[in-house]
Design a protein around this ligand. Structure first.
Ligand code: TPP
Ligand code: SF4
Ligand code: MG
Length: 390
């Protein structure tokens, strides 16, 4: 069969693996995000990374929870799973374990990941699943129209904190850097397209769970979270030959801080630094095994026949009619009482209440018991003696 893309090889699929994809090949419907929303930039950065890495859309699954940010899989022309609030990571784990041949990219919001999905987040990090995990952190619950989130800056008014948030914001970088098993931690921002692109590209290439916190502008519900949409936000760009390149443009936007991303202790110190916000690669360890590698190396993959047999067994339990291994369908007895009712265990008969004994009666009964016991014991002893000396 000739190639559907007119490439110079024979190809028997409509999706030629050697075809070249353009940006529009990764785009589906028109995004419904607001004008100026940082989510647009993240979508474009993912699409650019896929194009530059010659990734075919059919080899990717985008998974999300619920929120503005979680609408991303709708706009990316790959396989997608718009999950439920906070549960993107368990879904992604299932996808990876059943289809390790597919690349998984997860997008979540700050509420989605750090709040309702917090528990899943911690354990996914520990598992070191092979996936790109982007948290689009705008410091607010945006989809539900401005409730306080774990990363809302202190004192900022929201619909659930009309007098301003009471607590200092949660620091996700410190949490990630403190978990054993973490293999990749980076921070970038939607108002720095070139840094965002380079960070997503680095995360895409990482063999393990690449956790990226993307500071995301939400001009509608949190316009001041990052110093006028990032314009006056204090940043420190981490520089190293293993890290994210710091261009001359970025040098003008903030400080430059030397940091070796292979040094976990240094990464933990930097993660705790709130201002200037560390931007770039905080930590990377490419030697850690992924969860899939551990799982598949210790488990024997069932053969197709064994798998089918197991599946048939499960399906049989739900078979209509006269399934195997299930009791016969009960027949109506003549009395008209359904069999299942007739054989229903009855309530146990209530025992007749014990009569209270007077003390004299009780003494007599005790004396009888003693007498019987004594006689029994004497009989036993006599029998034993007889056996010993017949
Ligand atoms: C189980 C559950 N709880 C709550 C909600 C309501 N809800 C939908 S989106 C959302 C918050 C979204 O905020 P975030 O995760 O920060 O995403 P953003 O919209 O800011 O991108 C909430 C609370 C829900 N859909 N499901
Ligand atoms: S409400 Fe905010 S986060 Fe949601 S689409 Fe609009 S700008 Fe983006
Ligand atoms: Mg949010």
């Amino acid at each position: 069969m000739s190639c559907s893309e007119n490439n110079e090889h024979s190809c028997d699929t409509n999706y030629c693996a050697m075809r070249e994809c353009k940006m529009e090949d990764y785009a589906s419907e028109m995004p419904r995000w607001c004008k100026g929303c940082g989510d647009h930039g993240v979508l474009a950065a993912i699409q650019r990374t896929m194009r530059d890495h010659f990734v075919k859309p059919e080899n990717v699954v985008a998974v999300s929870g619920i929120g503005c940010s979680s609408r991303l899989p709708h706009y990316l022309r790959t396989y997608g799973f718009h999950g439920i609030h906070g549960r993107a990571l368990p879904i992604a784990t299932g996808v990876r374990l059943s289809r390790p041949d597919l690349k998984v990219i997860v997008t979540m919001g700050d509420g989605d990941c750090f709040s309702i999905g917090g528990n899943h987040w911690l354990h996914a990090l520990r598992y070191n699943l092979n996936a790109v995990v982007l948290v689009l952190d705008n410091g607010v619950y945006a989809l539900t129209k401005m409730q306080v989130s774990p990363t809302t800056p202190e004192g900022v008014k929201t619909r659930t904190t009309p007098q301003g948030g009471y607590l200092p914001p949660f620091n996700p970088l410190s949490v990630v850097a403190g978990i054993n098993g973490v293999s990749f931690l980076a921070q970038t921002a939607t108002w720095l397209p070139e840094h965002l692109d380079a960070t997503i590209e680095k995360a895409w290439e990482h063999p393990g769970l690449a956790f990226v916190r993307v500071l995301q502008r939400c001009p509608v519900f949190m316009p001041d979270a990052f110093g006028d949409g990032g314009l006056h936000f204090p940043m420190a760009f981490l520089e190293d030959e293993w890290g994210i390149p710091v261009s001359s443009f970025l040098r003008k936007r903030g400080e430059v801080q030397a940091h070796d991303p292979r040094d976990l202790i240094a990464a933990q110190e930097i993660a705790a630094q709130l201002y200037p916000a560390p931007m770039g690669l905080l930590y990377q360890n490419t030697d850690l095994p992924t969860y899939e590698e551990i799982r598949f190396s210790r488990r024997q993959k069932p053969t197709t026949a064994a798998f089918r047999q197991r599946l048939e067994g499960v399906l049989d339990q739900y078979a209509v009619g006269k399934p195997r291994n299930l009791p016969e369908v009960p027949v109506e007895p003549e009395s008209g009482v359904p069999d299942w009712m007739a054989h229903r265990p009855r309530k146990p008969e209530r025992a007749a209440p014990k009569r209270k004994l007077h003390s004299k009666e009780m003494d007599e009964q005790l004396a009888n018991i003693r007498k019987e016991t004594q006689e029994e014991t004497i009989n036993k002893l006599v029998n034993n003696l007889l056996q010993m000396n017949p």
